[in-house]
Design a protein around this ligand. Structure first.
Ligand code: NOJ
Length: 501
């Protein structure tokens, strides 16, 4: 597998910039706040960051509605602040991925404003427009009545996010452009230009939003979208061989095997392996047997392991926090498992201390049910839990008001805390190459009706029991790492062990 070597030992930390650390007391997290916390990230054991979009935006979808791809949102700071973040992160051995949103822009992006003009211009076909003001884009959401142009435009997500035009795999209408149309090529080249811009400034790659959405009317295999990515990524790699790319795709048979991404997220899709590992009512980590997860995962792993990495996530800015589903003890087992399976794991900020999902919060910037997972990082007891020195009313979102809201400072003092458990497991992962992204993986024990899961990663044998009961195993030896009880082969409730043998 020809992937950047640094990915083998990479552990990512996802940061939602509005909510991580406010350096100037205006209530909004910012780039300089992230710079201040780099030592925390390093101490945790993460050596790579993914920042959610930090670009100029009207923020109708948390920044996934980009108005200027080459400008840091003023509320987060300046481009110079971001360049400084790249430099300081690199000094600590931390890589930084930015979020690329190639499928759509904000409705306020200058390209779109031009595209909506009645007179034909360079940008007219850079978005997907029909040829009559009342004619829609069949099978896709669209908007009419907003621009001087006689047509309606296709949306990729919210109303504020018109779809960029990468061409149609099959042209059936006069207003659709083929894949090799000059405008479709120009869109692709514009995105390549954005990628180059940040890579030249020191960013280490991109997380790519809705990466599978580019070519319209693509076949089931997404062959044209895959071909487009393969070309684009390899164009970047020729100049930036160390750059890494992770797709928001959720289907490694396409993203890794065909589109040539380095990594793909195991996303939380109803009923899929990740969902049934962590989140569904019958999820393994909630004490059930692991068969649904194992079946789904092995199929994806076997098909894609020679091509790239599946990325397990503790959660992300789109999902309820993992603590919503699991008890405190189960969270430790969950982290131990998610951070020792093959591939490159992603930890969502605050999950390392079990931050809660604040279900009742009103929507903020298009967050809706996602808002409760985007609250400020809880650093320490005291004002705004250490997130900001500003007034509580000025905060981007309120901090968790619970008297027992977990904080990083308190958990650092407690050897048995989730934070210290995560640190311990990441330390081992860095020490043992077998536990890293492309270390070997073999399933040793998984059975219907049985909560015991045993898997081997080279010289490391790992066993989990997230259920409330004890299970008997034939394992012996002194664990190098242990959660819960392990005595005479019996794994106690909510336990996890790592043996070297
Ligand atoms: C996926 C992102 O993760 C999500 O937050 C966003 O709303 C949509 N893509 C649209 O860009």
């Amino acid at each position: 597998m020809n992937r950047p070597a640094w990915l083998r030992d990479a552990v990512f930390y996802e940061i939602y910039p509005s909510s991580f650390c406010d350096s100037n007391a205006d209530g909004m997290g910012d780039i300089n706040g992230i710079r201040q916390k780099l030592p925390y990230v390093k101490d945790l054991g993460c050596n790579a960051l993914w920042l959610n979009p930090c670009f100029d935006s009207p923020f109708k979808d948390g920044g996934y509605d980009v108005r200027d791809y080459k400008k840091v949102a003023p509320r987060y700071g300046t481009n110079e602040d971001l360049f400084a973040l790249f430099r300081e992160a690199h000094e600590l051995g931390i890589r930084v991925l930015l979020d690329l949103v190639p499928g759509h822009t904000s409705e306020e992006h200058p390209w779109f404003l031009e595209s909506g003009q009645a007179e034909k211009n360079e940008y007219s076909d850079r978005y997907i427009w029909t040829d009559f003001w009342i004619k829609g884009t069949p099978g896709h959401p669209y908007i009419g009545g907003e621009t001087p142009r006689n047509g309606t435009y296709m949306l990729n997500f919210f109303k504020c996010q018109p779809a960029l035009n990468y061409g149609w795999a099959k042209v059936t209408e006069p207003w659709q452009t083929p894949l090799d149309a000059p405008a479709a090529r120009a869109t692709r080249d514009a995105m390549a230009d954005v990628m180059r811009f940040w890579l030249e400034k020191g960013c280490d790659g991109f997380r790519v939003d809705m990466a599978n959405s580019l070519v319209k009317a693509d076949d089931d295999e997404k062959s044209h979208t895959c071909a487009l990515w393969k070309g684009l990524l390899n164009e970047m790699r020729a100049k930036f061989p160390e750059a890494a790319f992770v797709a928001e795709w959720g289907w490694p048979k396409q993203s890794l095997c065909l589109a040539d991404f380095d990594m793909d997220f195991y996303l939380d899709h109803p009923g899929n392996g990740y969902n049934r590992l962590v989140r569904s009512a019958d999820a393994y980590l909630r004490g059930n047997d692991p068969m649904a997860f194992v079946t789904d995962y092995l199929d994806l792993y076997d098909a894609s392991k020679d091509f790239g990495y599946i990325s397990f996530i503790t959660g992300n800015h789109d999902t309820p926090r993992i603590s919503w589903y699991l008890t405190e003890d189960q969270l430790k087992v969950a982290c131990a498992l998610l951070l020792t399976l093959p591939g490159v794991p992603f930890l969502y900020y605050g999950d390392e201390i079990g931050m809660r999902y604040l279900e009742y919060l009103p929507t903020k910037e298009g967050g809706y049910t996602r808002t409760g997972s985007r609250t400020p990082m809880q650093w320490a007891a005291g004002k705004n839990l250490g997130f900001s020195a500003g007034d509580a009313e000025s905060l981007y979102l309120p901090v968790d008001p619970a008297p027992d809201a977990p904080t990083a400072a308190a958990q650092a003092q407690d050897p048995a805390s989730l934070l210290n458990t995560v640190k311990a497991i990441l330390k081992l992962r860095h020490e043992y190459p077998d536990l890293q992204a492309d270390g070997p993986f073999k399933l040793v024990h998984a059975k219907k009706g049985d909560p015991l899961l045993i898997y081997r990663r080279g010289s490391c044998l790992l066993a989990a029991n997230p259920s409330n009961r004890s299970v008997q195993t034939d394992l012996t030896g002194e664990p190098l790492f242990q959660i819960g009880a392990f005595e005479k082969g019996t794994l106690g409730p909510r336990s996890f062990i790592l043996l070297i043998q």
